[in-house]
Write a protein that binds this ligand. Structure first.
Ligand code: ISE
Length: 344
């Protein structure tokens, strides 16, 4: 196919998992990304999948994800299946030589994520992007720009606050770290441009009888270059959803303000609407994420969080879990970044 034709043809995408997150990705790819076409879906819930297929016009539907990955009409795969399937499905995409956007976490353990990095390195070029979508949130990007401009001077501290609205009760420490805090751990690395080398995790369980659960989790950490950080992950705030970061430097600080809504003054009250969940709070980021991914597929220039980022965030996540279990601080051994993952 000539380059001209290649650039004109829409990228044909197969989406695995058509629940809340998968459904949103399908909608965004269909309505917001002219260069993409969702041609195939896979889900064990056939009724839900058919509903989504009817809405987006996907012509191939499978209850077996491997069949979608292998299908010749699928150029690239988006994985939005439950977390425990991410590693094996991503690996299957690499084996099939197909680019993949995998929702976070890339895997449930660092060892699983490492195997993906090794498979991709053996393949010889980047195929994997990980859905650590805060890199596409305009508020986070403004903080990143300030950080990179040098305006903050030497940065001394990172602070992340991650408030979940509730109805997620009784999540275990492992689940909170790998499913929720993994976003914050990635932000802490990406925004600071530095690696976390030591962590200490404490948590408040839902009840004393279930010490393995975390209603609120606090991670304190140290960076390689001497800065410090803290992440507070509240799993059941009971009022709405918020994510914010703050960087404190020697000559200034920068922080996001998660609330986009208007400030209302009415009847002696000042109020502001708070988003309900991540689909609302990161609505724009999710659109920008799939747009950037499809653009990278067209240009052949990989972008966004890589398998390496997915792997290193899991190395830190493993240490956070070990720290919560033992009550001790844990060191994180960060390996040297493989050449193909170095960011410009
Ligand atoms: C969910 O899976 C997400 O990815 C959200 O961004 C996060 O805020 C939430 O805690 C997770 O459960």
């Amino acid at each position: 196919m000539s380059n001209q034709h290649a650039s004109q043809r829409r990228v044909r995408i197969g989406v695995i998992g058509t629940g809340g997150m998968g459904g949103r990705h399908v909608r965004n790819l269909t309505n917001e990304v002219a260069a993409a076409q969702v041609v195939a879906l896979s889900d064990v819930d056939a009724a839900r999948m058919q509903e989504v297929a009817a809405a987006c016009g996907a012509v191939h539907t499978f209850t077996d994800a491997q069949a979608l990955i292998n299908h010749p009409a699928v150029d690239a795969v988006l994985i939005a299946a439950p977390d425990r399937f991410h590693a094996a499905l991503t690996r299957a995409c690499i084996d099939a030589g197909k680019p993949v956007l995998c929702e976070k976490p890339l895997a449930l353990t660092a060892a699983e994520a490492r195997a993906i990095v090794e498979a991709e390195v053996a393949f010889g070029r980047r195929l994997v992007q990980v859905g650590l979508m805060r890199e596409y949130d305009p508020a986070h990007l403004r903080v990143k720009q300030l950080m990179d401009s040098g305006a903050l001077g030497k940065v001394l501290a990172f602070r992340g606050v991650h408030i979940n609205g509730g109805a997620l009760s009784w999540r275990t420490v492992e689940d909170v770290v790998t499913n929720s805090a993994v976003h914050d751990l990635h932000s802490a690395r990406w925004l600071m441009g530095d690696e976390i080398v030591r962590v200490y995790t404490t948590h408040v369980p839902y009840s004393p009888e279930r010490p393995d659960t975390a209603r609120l989790l606090l991670i304190q950490f140290a960076y390689r270059n001497g800065a410090v950080g803290q992440i507070e992950c509240n799993m059941e705030a009971g009022y709405g959803y918020e994510v914010d970061v703050k960087l404190t430097g020697e000559t200034g600080s920068a922080e996001t303000n998660s609330l986009q809504s208007a400030v209302v003054r009415h009847q002696n009250q000042r109020s502001q609407w708070i988003e309900q969940d991540w689909l609302q709070r990161f609505e724009t980021a999710y659109v920008h994420e799939v747009r950037a991914w499809v653009h990278s597929l067209q240009t052949g220039v990989p972008t966004g969080p890589s398998a390496w980022d997915g792997y290193v965030s899991m190395l830190v996540a493993d240490a956070c879990i070990a720290s919560a279990r033992t009550g001790q601080p844990m060191d994180v051994e960060i390996p040297r970044t493989a050449e193909m993952y170095k960011r410009a």
